[in-house]
Ligand binder design. Structure first.
Ligand SMILES: Cc1cc2nc3c(=O)[nH]c(=O)nc-3n(C[C@H](O)[C@H](O)[C@H](O)COP(=O)(O)OP(=O)(O)OC[C@H]3O[C@@H](n4cnc5c(N)ncnc54)[C@H](O)[C@@H]3O)c2cc1C
Length: 415
């Protein structure tokens, strides 16, 4: 480990991988360091049973018409499913009649108009919601929606940040039958120098660039690109130069929310219609959204955000499986119980290399995204979903941020 690498990338998630794709095309030496034994980060496809592979993290190509991963998939010969998602539709109006659905949609529209036309001075999404007619009735519903999108409670969400995302996003959400995690991992160039199971524990400024301390020894580089999640950055698990205190503060202002998934296997597929969706309890914030037989597979993908994810996961995986099953039995009847089996479950909050789901700016802190994305002294660069001003919390935001940081580093080193 004596020679100096031009650019070391820390973290092999979507951002680190896209940075390595740029560096692989440049005339420089590069190395990717990943703490966990696998690559992909929050993009992770697992196969708990044959032919039943599922994504524990990202699954949807949001803003699909402009999502760079569509091109990556097409170039790799990977098929993209362009069918419209069943989100927002309550299968057979179970426990949610059409009148209620209409009223809930109106409430969401009014809340959006309020944020757009009269954004509260506090920048808090709750302060905007509290002024909308029907808030007492629809608050739990809105908390679930915001929890899914942002991973946090309404009062923890910045209106400016929320609107920045929604103005830039499109309605189209596509999928990758092969699994999003598989595509992300496979998109790392084969020739890329990569060390997995090698956590970086510290970065030190040196006259030649930076010194990286890892559990396997010390590395020297002219520049480093840091792509770790905001919660990892803010946790201090990587000792950083004091000059980077402002970057760590920005990361704290963009902390990750809670979003988790439970997958249930369906053993009697005829009991459930493919490509349908239900909300467990539209009158509670502690509830899930259940995507039934996505892509025709015999699974239920259950998704929880914000308070629901924190509360349910605090009681352990067995409780989460029971919670999902009980919500479905309440809607579909007791016969459903014998048709559903625990399959697999995520644990992003407990994952020491991630520590949450995706970044969300606290009220008045949306500017932290621009602060976090700044380079330090032409030798430390920052990427990762949280650094994208409008496509944060997504895999395409991570991809674009990795490209940006790699280009900045190449420019700084004049290579
Ligand atoms: C449940 C869930 C559902 C989601 N659904 C979607 C979706 O449908 N569509 C979408 O677009 N996005 C979705 N996302 C968000 C998306 O997965 C992320 O925005 C994206 O994958 C983040 O990529 P990243 O490279 O910025 O960070 P990460 O994927 O977190 O990559 C950072 C890497 O750094 C590594 N690391 C950490 N510490 C160290 C260290 N000390 N040394 C070396 N390496 C280290 C980590 O192990 C990790 O591999 C979802 C996320 C979750 C959790």
């Amino acid at each position: 480990m004596d020679s100096i690498t031009d650019i070391v990338v820390v973290g092999a998630g979507a951002a680190g991988i896209s940075a390595m794709r740029v560096l692989a095309r440049a005339n420089c030496t590069s190395l990717l360091l990943e703490a966990s034994p696998r690559i992909g980060g929050r993009a992770w496809t697992v196969m708990p049973k044959r032919e039943q592979h599922v994504d524990l993290g990202c699954g949807w190509l949001h803003s699909a018409e402009q999502n760079p991963w569509v091109q990556v998939a097409e170039e790799a010969g990977v098929s993209v499913d362009r069918r419209q998602a069943a989100w927002g539709k309550q299968y057979q109006n179970l426990d949610f009649n059409p009148e209620e659905q209409k009223a809930a949609r109106k409430f969401l529209r009014d809340w959006n108009s309020e944020m757009w036309e009269r954004p509260p001075e506090t920048d808090s999404a709750w302060d905007a919601a509290s002024r909308v007619e029907g808030v007492e009735r629809w608050r739990p519903y809105l908390e679930r929606v915001v929890g899914a999108v942002s991973g946090k409670r309404l009062d923890e969400v910045s209106v400016t940040d929320f609107m920045n995302y929604h103005q830039a996003s499109t309605e189209a959400d596509w999928r990758l039958p092969v699994g999003f995690g598989h595509l992300v991992a496979a998109s790392l160039p084969r020739e890329a120098n990569t060390l997995v199971a090698t956590p970086v524990t510290g970065i030190v400024l040196e006259p030649f660039g930076v010194r990286l301390e890892t559990r396997s020894g010390t590395l020297r580089a002219r520049a480093a690109i840091l792509t770790v999640s905001t919660n990892v950055l803010a946790s201090g698990s990587i000792a950083l130069p004091t000059a980077l205190t402002d970057w760590q503060a920005a990361a704290s202002d963009l902390s990750l929310g809670s979003n988790e998934k439970v997958f249930l296997e369906i053993v009697s597929p005829s009991d459930f219609e493919p490509e349908t969706q239900v909300v467990g309890n539209p009158r509670s914030s502690i509830t899930g959204a259940y995507y039934i037989r996505p892509l025709g597979r015999n699974v239920v993908e259950s998704f929880y955000g914000g308070e629901a994810a924190s509360e349910i996961w605090s009681l352990g995986p067995a409780h989460a499986y029971d919670f999902a099953t009980n919500e479905l039995v309440r809607l579909f009847g007791s016969k459903a119980r014998s048709s559903l089996r625990p399959l697999t479950i995520s644990g992003w909050k407990q994952d020491p290399w991630v520590l949450g789901s995706y970044s969300c700016a606290s009220p008045r802190k949306s500017i932290a995204r621009t602060q976090l994305a700044r380079a330090y002294d032409g030798r430390i660069f920052f990427a990762g979903e949280a650094t994208h001003r409008t496509a944060f919390s997504t895999v395409h935001g991570a991809f674009l941020s990795g490209e940006r940081a790699a280009q900045e580093a190449l420019h700084a080193l004049s290579v």
